[in-house]
Design a protein around this ligand. Structure first.
Ligand SMILES: O=C(O)CCC(=O)C(=O)O
Ligand SMILES: [Mn+2]
Length: 215
């Protein structure tokens, strides 16, 4: 069954070991507008080509990757860029709510409702066993779907609003998949910023800070 959540701050259990937290009014309207304009105009967006069934496919969105380590995704390698100042400040606010430290951000730009992201989990090995993923949305409201990996009929649906924060917790990435479907009527752009903790590869010179915050 599909549930649409419209509550302001919503702790939504998915199963005994997985939950999501949705904070609709995470950012003030002014801060959200400022960040949206910064991300649209200042981030170094690129459109990647990935390999699907051995064939190159241009993905239907733009990306930028910030952190200390490069990021690989379906054969594409993103060079890590330093986090711009406005996103550094945002990271601190996200960390307070998530009670966890993050060291990387994957930014997605959906130019309009034709851009989308298919079913997947954020389960790269570098993210660890049960990664918490924190996701800030700016711009056009878009549907966000979750489905259980071993029972695709078990689904949830949220409308991710401008200025909201979504936390995916527990076994969300091992037991569930998520996607952002096309919404052809939507003409405005949407930015999504996912905050992650990515463990550097052995031999990397990066200093790992403690993952769980102590305060
Ligand atoms: O745009 C979104 O809300 C989802 C982004 C996402 O799932 C990802 O970057 O892995
Ligand atoms: Mn994801």
């Amino acid at each position: 069954m599909t549930n649409i959540s419209r509550q302001r701050t919503d702790d939504i259990p998915l199963d005994d070991h997985s939950s999501i937290v949705y904070c609709k009014d995470f950012l003030s309207p002014d801060h959200a507008a400022e960040l949206l304009s910064f991300c649209l105009n200042e981030l170094p967006w690129i459109q990647s080509t990935i390999k699907m069934f051995g064939k190159p496919v241009t993905i239907p969105r733009l990306n930028a990757w910030f952190g200390s380590e490069p990021y690989s995704y379906s054969g594409t390698r993103f060079t890590a860029l330093p986090l711009p100042k406005p996103l550094e400040a945002l990271k601190l606010s996200v960390e307070k709510i998530a009670n966890e430290s993050f060291n990387s951000v994957l930014a997605n730009k959906y130019r309009d409702g034709h851009d989308c992201m298919g079913w997947h989990s954020d389960d790269e090995r570098s993210l660890g066993e049960k990664p918490q993923i924190a996701s800030v949305s700016l711009g056009a409201d878009r549907r966000f779907l979750l489905r259980k990996k071993n029972d695709h009929a078990d689904k949830r649906e949220l409308l991710l609003a401008h200025g909201s924060l979504l936390l995916m917790c527990g076994e969300c990435q091992t037991q569930w998949q998520h996607s952002l479907p096309r919404m052809r009527r939507v003409q405005d752009s949407r930015i999504n910023l996912t905050f992650r903790f990515s463990t550097p590869k052995p031999g990397s010179l990066t200093n790992i800070s403690r993952r769980v915050k102590q305060n």
